[in-house]
Design a protein around this ligand. Structure first.
Ligand code: ADP
Length: 406
């Protein structure tokens, strides 16, 4: 950390923008130079009657705003609301930078980057690779540049952590011309995996150089095979559709199904896209919900039970594939909403992974302990629950980029 940044009394704004929401966090800088989250909030319901809400880190509501019905709030208005609230609460401290989660950094960006005109143009050119996410990530960057042209803005990529994977892992078995056109495995959830990799040394020494599979199980879900804290493989590939079954996404699918949907079932490409991204996964299979809590509450219903079993089966199957890449397994880490809180899902996944030497400790799992397997983690494969912190990672990256460019 440079003295210039370490000595600052300012704050950092972290933005995670999606299609219908902008989540944000405000970080102060501790005397030792580490970022500390003070406020977190969001604008939800963008495109309709949106709501703004912000809480302090101890959960107290410190700001809110409801737009009237029929106002069709757009991303720019949402960003302005966040910036206005922040300006009113800076208490004279400068805003040092704004750090954005950006889904796609292409092949070029293996690190976070300070945004200028050229970088923004480059990131816009990547929109066809992530058309449902990238444009929403870039909108707030442009809105902030218009409002505060001199504020340093930093882009942190979900793909970056996976850029060190070997070519063997990254390429599909497609003709070279198609691969050269950018059709390859990129991998996502990189900020979450990077955070987990950064805290493994504090969890157990064996995890630092061990063969570790991290299961990021949120609404979106993927696995990452890690060795020495680096990504060796991931279940997500060209798009955020691949791999595990998710809340509303189908995960791995025989590409022949897409042709069948187009030709025989006469769906238009947009309809297929909506089906695979928004109407499949837990929601589509259960016909009930994409929310794991709602499904667990109705797990005795046969269709819900089947959806849960398929969800777990796909995780277990892909853990086998990631273990093959690593040549074995020393530790499995659960993270994100379902990974951190889904006691039943963790237990069922571990039941399916006994062949890898993982032996569930039901009491530890139910008590929410960090290590949830039996035996000495120094001797046998183990499973862990580690909360992720993508916002903290965005703040840490912003400070590092500021220090580098100071
Ligand atoms: P996102 O990908 O949107 O950030 P999260 O990481 O917040 O999502 O994960 C959302 C998922 O976590 C939902 O399916 C939700 O039901 C699940 N979840 C949250 N709390 C629990 C809980 N206590 N038990 C089981 N699942 C939970």
């Amino acid at each position: 950390m440079s003295q210039a940044v370490q000595g600052q009394q300012g704050v950092l704004l972290v933005i995670n923008a999606g299609s219908s929401s902008i989540k944000f966090s405000v970080f102060e800088i501790e005397p030792n130079g580490d970022p500390h989250e003070r406020f977190g909030g969001q604008v939800e319901g963008i495109g309709g009657a949106a709501q703004f809400m912000v809480k302090s880190s101890d959960g107290e509501l410190v700001g809110s705003h409801d737009w009237p019905d029929g106002s069709a709030v757009d991303h720019d208005q949402a960003l302005h609301q966040i910036d206005d609230w922040l300006n009113a609460h800076l208490q004279g401290r400068p805003l040092l930078a704004c750090s954005h989660r950006v889904v796609h950094g292409g092949l070029r960006h293996a690190e976070p980057v300070l945004i200028d005109d050229a970088v923004l143009a480059e990131l816009e050119a990547l929109c066809p690779l992530a058309p449902l996410h990238q444009p929403h990530n870039l909108g707030p960057i442009r809105a902030m540049r218009a409002r505060q042209p001199n504020l340093p803005q930093i882009a942190c990529f979900d793909t970056a952590f996976h850029r060190g994977q070997s070519e063997v892992v990254q390429q599909f078995a497609l003709p070279q011309a198609v691969t050269k056109a950018g059709v390859r495995r990129y991998g996502f959830h990189g900020l979450s995996y990077e955070y987990i990799a950064s805290v493994l040394p504090q969890v157990h020494p064996r995890l630092v150089t061990g063969r570790v599979i991290v299961a990021h199980l949120g609404n979106g879900a993927s696995l990452c095979a890690m060795k020495d804290g680096r990504s060796m493989a991931s279940t997500m590939g060209f798009s955020a559709l691949d791999g595990l079954a998710m809340g509303t996404r189908c995960g791995s699918l025989d590409p022949g199904v897409v042709f069948h949907l187009l030709r025989e079932m006469k769906l238009a490409p947009d309809q297929v896209e909506r089906l695979l991204y928004r109407e499949s996964g837990l929601l589509g299979m259960s016909g009930v919900s994409n929310d794991m809590r709602a499904l667990r509450a109705r797990a005795t219903e046969p269709q819900v039970r089947l959806a849960l079993d398929i969800y777990v089966h796909r995780i277990v199957r892909e853990i086998g594939s990631m273990a093959a890449v690593l040549g074995g397994l020393d530790a499995l880490v659960f993270t994100a909403g379902i990974g951190e809180h889904g006691v039943d899902t963790r237990a069922e996944v571990l039941q399916g992974c006994q062949w890898l030497g993982l032996s569930l400790d039901a009491k530890r799992n139910e008590a929410g302990e960090r290590c949830i397997t039996q035996g000495d983690p120094a001797q046998v494969p183990s499973a862990w629950v580690i909360p992720t912190d993508e916002e903290g990672m965005l703040a840490r990256h912003a400070l590092a980029v500021l220090a580098r460019t100071a």
